[in-house]
Design a protein around this ligand. Sequence first.
Ligand code: HEM
Length: 414
Amino acid sequence: MTDQHLRPEVDFDPWSEQYTREGVDAERRMHDKCPVSFSSHYGGFWVVTGYDDLRSGLRDHETFSSEKTFDAAGNAYGGVTVPTSSAYKNVPEEVDPPEWNEYRRLLSKPFAPAAVRRMQPRIDAFTTEAIDRIIEHGQGDLILDIANPVTALITLDILGLPLADWEFYAGPIHRLAYDQQSDEVKAGMQACHDKLAQTVIERRERPQTGLTDDLIAARIGGEPLPDPLLVDMIGQILAGGLDTTGSLLGHAFDHLDRHRDDHVRLIEDEKFLQIATEEFLRWSSPVIGLARNARKSTVIHGQVIEPGDRLVFIYRAANRDPAVFDAPDDIVLTRFPNPHTAFGIGIHRCLGSNLARAVFQTVLRNVLRRMPDYRIDREQARQFPILAVANGWIQMPATFTPGPRLGLSPSKER
Ligand code: HEM
C-alpha cells in the first residue's frame, strides 16, 4: 500500500481556469515536486508529467486501461478523462484489446498515408473555398471561418455524411471541449447523437459511399455491428477530427503573426514545413493530457499505483521535459529530431495523425500564401477557457489585404 503521507500531493484540477492560466508553469511545478504526483480532486488521481514515465506507462495498456464502462443506472466509469465523462463512449479510444483490435482495424483504411495522399485534392479544395469566403473582405476569423470548416468538412467527407451539416456537428463538439456541463451543450450533443443514430438506420436501407457505409457493411465474427456501437465509432471520428487540428492551427497562426520571418520559408520549403509541423505539435500539445485506469499494482517513479487508481498522463508536460528537449518552452521550428508525444503513445496512438498533418500543412501554406500580411485582433482572440480536453481557440479575428477569390465550392456538392 502507498503510504499516503509520503505521497507527493499536488493541488491539480484539469478543469480549473487557474490551470488554464498557469498552464505549463503549473505542470512544471508538479514535475519538479515529483514526475508522478497525486491530486485529490475528483476522487483522487495520479498525475504523470515525466517523458519517460509517460511513454512507458502508455505503452503498457495491459496495466493501464482506457476502457469506459457503464452501470445499469447509466453511470460511467474509467475512460480517458478525469472525471469520467458520462456523455458517450469514444470507440476505439475507450476500449481495451481484444475488442479494440477489430474496431481500430475497421476504422483505419481512410487514415492510412496513401489514402490521405489521395484525399489531398479535397483538402486543397475545402481550404480554397474557406479562404475564398473571406478573402475579398480583408477580414475574417482564422478559427471560425477557416480552421473549423476545413477540419469539419474533410471529416464529414471521409465519413460520407452531408457536408451541409458541418456546423450542426461542429458547434456542440467545439463547446464540449471546454463546457461539458451546460444544458445547451448537452442538448447539442444529444442532437448530434440522435442524428447519427437516424443516419445509421437510413444508410442501412439506402447505402451511399464513405466510412459510415463501410462500418455498416462490416462484420465482426460474421455479425454486423450494433447501431449504438456504430454511433460511438462515427462520433469518435467526428470528435477526433475537429478541435485537435483546429487547435494546432490556432497556435501556429498565433506564433506566425508574432514571428513573420519564417513565412516565406514555410511556403517554399516543404521539408522545413514538415519539421516545423512537429514543433508546433510538440509545443502546443493540442490534446494536453488523457487518463487511464490501473488494472494491476505497479510502481512508476517510486510511487506505488494500486488497481483501480486513476492516472492522468500529461502529454504537454512530457513534451516540455527539459531532460529530453533543449529550451523546451521555445518554439524552434528547425528542431530535429523531435520525439514528441502529441499524438499519444502505444496502441491508442492517434489514428488521424497523417490526416492532421496534411490538413494543418495545407491550411497553413494557403493562409500564408493568400493572406501573407494577416494580423490577429488580439483584443478579440479567445482561447478555450478550460484546456482539460483540447488546447484550442474559440475565435481568432484577423485583418489582411483583400485578394481575389479562386472560385471553388466543394462543400455544395453533397
Ligand atoms: C493535431 C491533431 C491531433 C492530435 C494532437 C490528436 C491527438 C490524439 C491523441 C493524443 C490520441 C491518443 C488517445 C489516447 O491514448 O487515449 C489520439 C487518438 C485518436 N485520434 Fe487523434 N489527434 C489529432 C487529430 C485527429 C484526427 C484528424 C482524427 C480523425 C479524423 C483523429 C482521430 C483519433 C482517433 C480515432 C483516436 C483513437 C485511436 C485509438 O484509440 O486507437 N485524431 N489523438
